[in-house]
Structures are given as C-alpha cells and as structure tokens.
Design a protein around this ligand. Structure first.
Ligand SMILES: Cc1cc2nc3c(=O)[nH]c(=O)nc-3n(C[C@H](O)[C@H](O)[C@H](O)COP(=O)(O)OP(=O)(O)OC[C@H]3O[C@@H](n4cnc5c(N)ncnc54)[C@H](O)[C@@H]3O)c2cc1C
Ligand code: FES
Length: 432
C-alpha cells in the first residue's frame, strides 16, 4: 500500500467516525426536541390520545365577584380528624373554569358571632388552596382546623372551625374564582415540591395535574410532617409513585413515633427522620436545573428559602406560598429595598395619613405592615389572609408611595395597595 492509499483509508475512517458521531448527536437532539415539543405543548398539534381533552376544549370563562357553590361531599382525611376535604359544585350545573395547579379559592363566610344566632354574623374572608387537579364538575379544598395556640386562651380559628363544625354536604358557600401566582407551569424542567403539614394542598393539585398532563416529567415530593399520624392522602400518593417512575415520594418525620423510626423505605416511598432541609435535598437530588415549589408553615419557609438561595438556586427557580402572614423576604428584595432606605435614612419616621379619620401618625422601621400599623392606631381595616392573597385589605392611595414586602397574589387595582404586605416608601395618605 502506498502512502497515498494509506492516507485515503485513514481519511475515510475519520470521515465514517465523524458521520457516526454527528448522526448519533443529531438523533439524541431530535429525541430531546420531540420530548420538549410534547411537554411544552403550547404549539403542538392536538393530542389524539384524549389524555388532555380538557386542555383542547374551549376554555370556560372565570367569574367576577362571588359565586354560590354547593358542598357536594365532605371527607375527613386524617385519623385525628384535623383535616377535612370539601368538594364544591356549581349550583347552576355549568362547567367550572380551569385553574392552574397551585391556585386557591377565596371564601366569604358569614359566621354567626354567637353560636345559633344567624342575625349577628361576622364576615370572614379566607383563602384555601385547591387540592386537586382541575375538573369540570367540582373543585376540592382541604382545610385544617386552626386550634387555640398552646398556653393561650384565644378563640380557635374562626373560618377553619366553622368549615369543620358547620359546613355540611348541601351547604352553600360564597366563593371567588381561582386565583394566585403560585402554580406549576407546563414545562420540561424537573420540579421539587416541598409541602410542610397542610402546605401539602397545592402540591396535591400540582401532582395530580402532572400525573395526567405530563406523566413523564421528573417530580419530587418532600412531604414534611411531625409523624406518621399526620400525612393525608398517603395511599393516593403511593399509587402515584408506583405508577410513575419519575415521581419520587419522600416523607420527612420531624418528630417520629417509635414505629416510624423502624420504617425507612418501601418500594414507593422513602422515609427520613428529619425536617426537610437543604442538607437532605442535596443528599437526594442530582445536579439539575430543578424548580423548587414550597408551601408550609412560616418557620419552614423562613429557613428553607434563604438556604436554597445560599445553595445557589436562582430566584426564578424558587417559588413559594405562605399560608399566613408572610415574613419571608427574598435576598434580592432585601437588596432592592436597602438602596432607597439608605438614601432616605431608614431611622427617619414616615408620615401616614388615614384620610377618613384625618389621623396622622408616624411609621418607623419595625412597626410592621401598613395593616398592622392601621390596627395598632385604631383604624378599622377589613382583612382576611394578611398575606396579600385575598384582596380584602385593598385601600386607595390618595398620595405618596408604598413599598411591597413581597409580590402579592391578589392584584390591587391601579391607585390602590394591599395594606397587609406594604410599608410606606414616602409620606402617604390612605383612604382608610
Ligand atoms: C393562599 C392561601 C392558601 C391557603 N390554603 C390553605 C389550605 O389549603 N388549607 C388550610 O387549612 N389553610 C389554608 N390557608 C390558611 C387559611 O386561609 C386560614 O388562614 C386558616 O384556615 C386559619 O384561619 P382561621 O379563620 O381558622 O383562623 P383565625 O381566626 O385566622 O386564627 C388563626 C389562629 O390565631 C389564633 N388567634 C385567635 N385570636 C388571636 C389573637 N388575638 N392573637 C393571636 N392569635 C389569635 C387562633 O386560635 C388560630 O390558631 C391558606 C392561606 C392562604 C393565604
Ligand atoms: S388581608 Fe388579604 S390581601 Fe391583605
């Protein structure tokens, strides 16, 4: 063989190897592209499998204001009878509008001030997350009794106890349409859902939606409870985990019972004897661009959100919802807030005028939200969730500017603000 022939053979061999390599790379990319097309869905052709008929059906318009709904079914979810699910159907038999998994309903309840006295009622507004995937015929919420805090003599939670004790099958309730900015988007990114206690409700909606709409998507659920008496809908979660190899179910017992310590894992569920924290997440999750969805008690969010930020998870991949007065402030919000405060000298009091009474009071750092401040000064303001979700504390700003402590779920009308999640940025006059 001549040198020229040898060179030609080597060139052909290199060419064949390159062709194989590029064909393989193209095939891999094409596969990923196909999966992405299927999961992103927005521009994909109609799915003839029928799996997502609802998505391709014309969407039903949502409603404005309050709508009367009937309780179709009431189901106790746990052995200690602290959590109860309510299935709500429209009274007019119409199809219900879709919602995004993770959104909530807002209820306006007329709660008798004295038991058995319907003439003397208190209007109470509360939000409850939808705890199932969208269905055309009914919505589900799952409500935990709020007991008297230990060591106090306060009355037990008004709305949750009213639901448990007085709302029955056939009861009529006034409900605002599903809303909220905390939800799982259709997409291909892997999702880590973290639900603490009753914070499992939006996660159930996300999971159930995903199981139908994107069964191939990688989803992890870390369900934080004190012990094995607390988790709800565990059989359902186990079935999901058995059916969907990409769904990973982890139970975290912060205060396990003796029998919980012996259980560590079954085929469908992994048990941990600790709280959900970043050390646990790091030990379980691979290096992937996960999106984290958190809902639970304020202390859990208050520790986990900053810990995820410290771990290097970008802001746009951390989504959370607090079920009560929210005190979690993102690092980026702290940095943004620090700049104007530094310029205007944070120690300086800011003048707040309550226009209806003409009362002028000085607000200082540490005095809480404008809602706390109004209440502390005897200004009556209606409130519900105290977390920027229900819209009840919306108040017109006559002049001045406010600063939001967090992005609210409810969208205040232009020229108004939600007092429960605001502080004054400049001297401000409020229509309250
Ligand atoms: C977006 C969103 C979604 C939610 N989703 C759910 C859900 O899916 N499921 C669910 O169960 N909850 C959910 N919640 C929480 C729910 O809205 C209520 O906050 C919760 O049910 C408690 O309301 P309540 O009226 O029963 O208690 P409240 O009357 O508001 O009382 C709360 C607690 O304060 C105590 N208390 C009473 N008086 C005082 C006082 N003077 N000082 C101090 N403490 C006092 C009460 O004993 C009680 O423990 C959600 C909240 C939000 C904002
Ligand atoms: S009290 Fe619900 S938004 Fe302020």
């Amino acid at each position: 063989m001549t040198a020229l022939q040898l060179f030609a053979w080597i060139s052909v061999a290199i060419f064949v190897q390159l062709a194989i390599f590029f064909s393989y790379a193209f095939w891999r990319h094409w596969q990923s592209y196909t999966v992405l097309r299927q999961t992103e869905g927005a521009n994909s052709p109609p799915d003839m499998s029928g799996a997502s008929d609802r998505e391709h059906a014309p969407s039903v318009a949502s409603w404005q204001g309050l709508r009367v709904m009937r309780v179709r079914k009431k189901v106790l979810e746990d052995a200690v009878q602290q959590i109860c699910s309510f299935y709500l159907e429209p009274t007019d038999g119409q199809t219900l509008p879709d919602f995004k998994p993770g959104q909530f309903l807002t209820f306006k309840l007329d709660i008798p001030k004295i038991a058995g006295s319907p003439n003397s009622v208190a209007a109470v507004t509360r939000c409850y997350s939808l705890s199932d995937a969208p269905r055309p015929d009914c919505y589900r919420v799952s409500i935990k009794r709020a007991p008297t805090p230990p060591g106090t003599t306060f009355a037990p939670g008004q709305s949750s106890n009213f639901f448990h004790d007085h709302v029955e099958e056939g009861s009529l309730l006034q409900v605002r349409a599903p809303s909220g900015h905390f939800y799982l988007e259709r997409g291909s990114h892997p999702a880590v859902l973290i639900g603490g206690g009753i914070g499992i409700t939006p996660m159930l909606s996300m999971l159930n939606w995903c199981a139908v709409e994107q069964p191939e998507r990688e989803v992890w659920l870390f369900y934080g409870v004190r012990d094995s008496s607390e988790p709800i809908m565990l059989d359902h979660l186990r079935v999901l985990a058995e059916r969907h190899p990409n769904f990973h179910l982890h139970l975290c017992f912060s205060n396990p019972l003796a029998q919980d310590v012996q259980t560590s894992a079954t085929a469908s569920v992994t048990c941990h004897h600790s709280r959900v924290d970043v050390a646990l997440l790091r030990s379980q999750l691979a290096l992937k661009p996960y999106h984290f969805y958190l809902c639970g008690p304020t202390p859990m969010l208050g520790s986990l959100v900053p810990a995820l930020e410290d771990w290097g998870v970008p802001d746009e991949r951390i989504h959370f919802e607090a079920f009560g007065p929210a005190s979690v402030v993102r690092k980026s919000a702290k940095t943004a807030a620090a700049a104007p405060v530094a310029q205007s000298n944070s120690a300086e009091p800011v003048s707040v005028t309550f226009a209806k009474t003409g009362k002028v009071v000085q607000w200082k750092q540490g005095m809480g939200s404008l809602l706390d401040f109004a209440e502390a000064n005897g200004i009556p303001v209606d409130s519900g969730c105290r977390a920027g979700s229900c819209g009840t504390c919306q108040t017109v700003i006559r002049s001045g500017e406010v600063h939001y402590l967090q992005t609210p779920d409810a969208d205040p009308e232009p020229g108004s603000c939600l007092l429960c999640v605001c502080t004054p940025k400049t001297a401000v006059t409020l229509e309250a």
